[in-house]
Design a protein around this ligand. Structure first.
Ligand code: HH2
Length: 266
């Protein structure tokens, strides 16, 4: 899954693709580089980001999704917490609703996901985007994230979302201490995969990579760590990784998969 942010302020590529022409050109590059899915976002979730109104968010993403759906072969995902944005995006051609609030943001989130009939990504987040990194706390991060995701999958199914439409995501960096929570969660991904749904993992360029590399690494200096974490996810059986650097990650994954296959005898 390649990240395509139509935002002025996302943490790693904010501002670069706010212009639709630049966004479309970048989308074509992500696909040529090996992306099967494009995750289009119109509102950054990083702490301190400006909230965006629904109409403004739709104006950012809808024309772009329409263009992408008409002119590319990738599956399009909409990264939003707002049901109204998801509705507009699906009408424009998106087939996946990626919701970092796991359908908890609005009273009609669950019903909207059921009626749209698209795939939904249910992501774990402790707290709210603005304040989530202030003081995250867990007694047992892997068990608590797994229990949350199982509960949200049940809630989605009870609301009418089909089981085969549901993906889970542990939400690396969302209300998690950089080291104390993200690392055990990455080491325990097998427990999340074991819940029986496809798992999406977003580790690309995240802050814990800089923290593990002495600190102070800018977002464009985190590729090695991003790939290492993506491979850890692949080894645990995740179905997809959400990344900015598609070509390098795709190469790493195909080499890793070829070695794993040779190890199984061919
Ligand atoms: N991470 C970000 C955004 N959306 N969605 C899922 N399912 N999983 C993630 O880990 C995830 C996500 C990161 O935040 P953002 O501010 O949008 O920055 P960018 O899109 O540049 O990664």
């Amino acid at each position: 899954m390649g990240v395509l942010n139509a935002t002025p302020d996302s943490f790693s590529d904010g501002g670069r693709f706010a212009d639709p022409e630049a966004a479309l050109a970048h989308a074509r590059r992500l696909i040529a580089d090996g992306a099967d899915i494009l995750d289009v976002g119109g509102e950054s979730t990083r702490p301190g980001a400006e909230p965006v109104g629904e109409a403004a968010e739709i104006a950012r993403v809808e024309p772009l999704i329409r263009e992408l759906a008409a002119h590319t072969r990738a599956r399009i995902s909409i990264d939003t917490m707002k049901p109204g944005v998801a509705r507009a995006a699906v009408a424009a051609g998106a087939v996946i609703w990626n919701d970092v609030t796991a359908l908890r943001h609005a009273p009609d989130s669950l019903a909207t996901a059921a009626s749209l009939g698209c795939d939904v990504v249910l992501m774990h987040m402790q707290g709210e985007p603005g304040t989530m990194q202030a003081e995250p706390h867990y007694d047992d991060v892997v068990s608590e994230v797994a229990a949350f995701l199982a509960e949200r999958a049940e809630a989605a199914m009870a609301a009418g979302v089909l089981r085969e439409r549901i993906w889970l995501d542990p939400g690396i960096g969302f209300g998690k201490h950089m080291i104390r929570h993200n690392l055990p969660l990455l080491a325990g991904l097998g427990r999340i995969v074991g819940l029986g749904f496809p798992v999406l993992l977003g580790v690309s360029r995240k802050s814990f990579i800089s923290a593990l590399d002495g600190g102070g690494r800018d977002v464009d200096q985190r590729l090695g760590g991003s790939i290492a974490a993506a491979l850890a996810g692949a080894a645990a059986g995740v179905a997809a990784v959400r990344v900015h650097d598609v070509r390098e990650t795709a190469q790493a994954l195909s080499v890793w998969a070829a070695i794993a296959q040779a190890g199984r005898g061919g």
